[in-house]
Design a protein around this ligand. Sequence first.
Ligand SMILES: [Mg+2]
Length: 122
Amino acid sequence: MTNAADSDLIQLRDLVRSFVDERDWDQFHTPKNLASALSVEAAELLEHFQWLQHGRLDELGPDKQVQVRHEMADVLVYLVRLADKLDVDLFAAVQEKMVLNREKYPAEQVRGDARKYYEYKK
Ligand SMILES: [Mg+2]
């Protein structure tokens, strides 16, 4: 099944593939290295929020907003690349996981409650 979001992810996958191939970097892109890089980029994203009260747009300011945007792109690039190497359909994976999340966090049971499932389940 192909839809707009699915084809957007395929376009991103192909864009990243081209970038990697042009540089002969595929040899470095083992799943372990990509998962590590993804984690590093997520930490770089988090660093922009460190010590802020909330990290809302007005608190970030224009320069930080651009930096956050770029770190978010880095995270997605490595996620898309990892999915490519492990033959994971990210769109399908999110759909699958959201079904599980709905089961784990029934809306009528957790509405307005931010606790983890094991904190309210009996
Ligand atoms: Mg980065």
